[in-house]
Design a protein around this ligand. Sequence first.
Ligand SMILES: *[C@@H]1O[C@H](CO)[C@@H](O)[C@H](O)[C@H]1NC(C)=O
Length: 332
Amino acid sequence: MLPPPARSAMAAALVAPLVLLAAAAAAVAAELPRLEHPPKADGSLTILAVGDWGRRGQFNQSTVATQMGIVGEKMDIDFVISTGDNFYKNGLTGVDDAAFEESFTHIYTASSLQKPWYTVLGNHDYRGDALAQLSPVLGKVDSRWICIKSFVVSSAGMADFFFVDTTPFVLKYWTDPKESKYDWRGVAPRETYIANVLKDLDAALKQSTATWKVVVGHHAIRSVSEHGDTQELVQLLLPILKARGVDLYLNGHDHCLEHISSRDSSIQYLTSGGGSKAWRGVRTPNADRVEFFYDGQGFMSLRLTAAEARLAFHDVAGEVLHTWALAKNARL
Ligand SMILES: *[C@@H]1O[C@H](CO)[C@@H](O)[C@H](O)[C@H]1NC(C)=O
């Protein structure tokens, strides 16, 4: 007999595809919003990724921010990716919530970080006024802020970044929200929303001729930390990523840094969720191959060229903890 959590996860996994099949019929394909961000003149694109951060500088958020500034300067970064859970504990209360400046504008102050921040929502963001984070009003407060539910950042055929709103996928937020309230305005009903996201993402991936395809979400597909794999994403999202030749899947949610590689595809699973509170002290087994796991704070850097991807994980002291590189033609 399975323990209750495993049983309910399995039931959810079995039921979800059937419901989605019905919803898919009603899904209306729409193009994901698309932003252009060309590479540098030398053809490279350099990026930092951080997640799970907004705590008014607490829990080493400021220390991580300082190191991001230093590494960002050294790498001459083009933009920053936020993997969500931008404001704790319950997102923003509205567009005039002081937390936006106290946890973002006044923390990531280095000149190298004055670049676009392409941002997705995490589950904690949905526990406040989710629409506030998506509002263009915030762009007037801090012009770096670019937060859209699901969208594409296109880098002139060298790389495409597909940002996916993963929170609505997770069934327990709907069926067992505990003491939290989720802001599902513009999302409910869940099945139709998910079917639309998957359809739009698949269409965008299919259309993409970029050398590197990077998908960004808040929740992990693979993780050995507290939350583990997100079953709904393994079931519903992963098959699309595998079929469309996605290179990297990048997420937050677990407050750690990790790199897991797929045993049956070329996908690399990357968790950058160490933007503030960390040290959960949990490590669980995983079906895929764990290349690196660090339970503490930090962030990820990524350098892409047409020929090569090179990533690194950095801790609060500026130490490089793990690196990985892949030449694109190595896979031909
Ligand atoms: C801040 O980072 C240091 C170095 O990793 C760690 O020892 C300390 O526990 C961290 N503080 C918190 C509150 O996580």
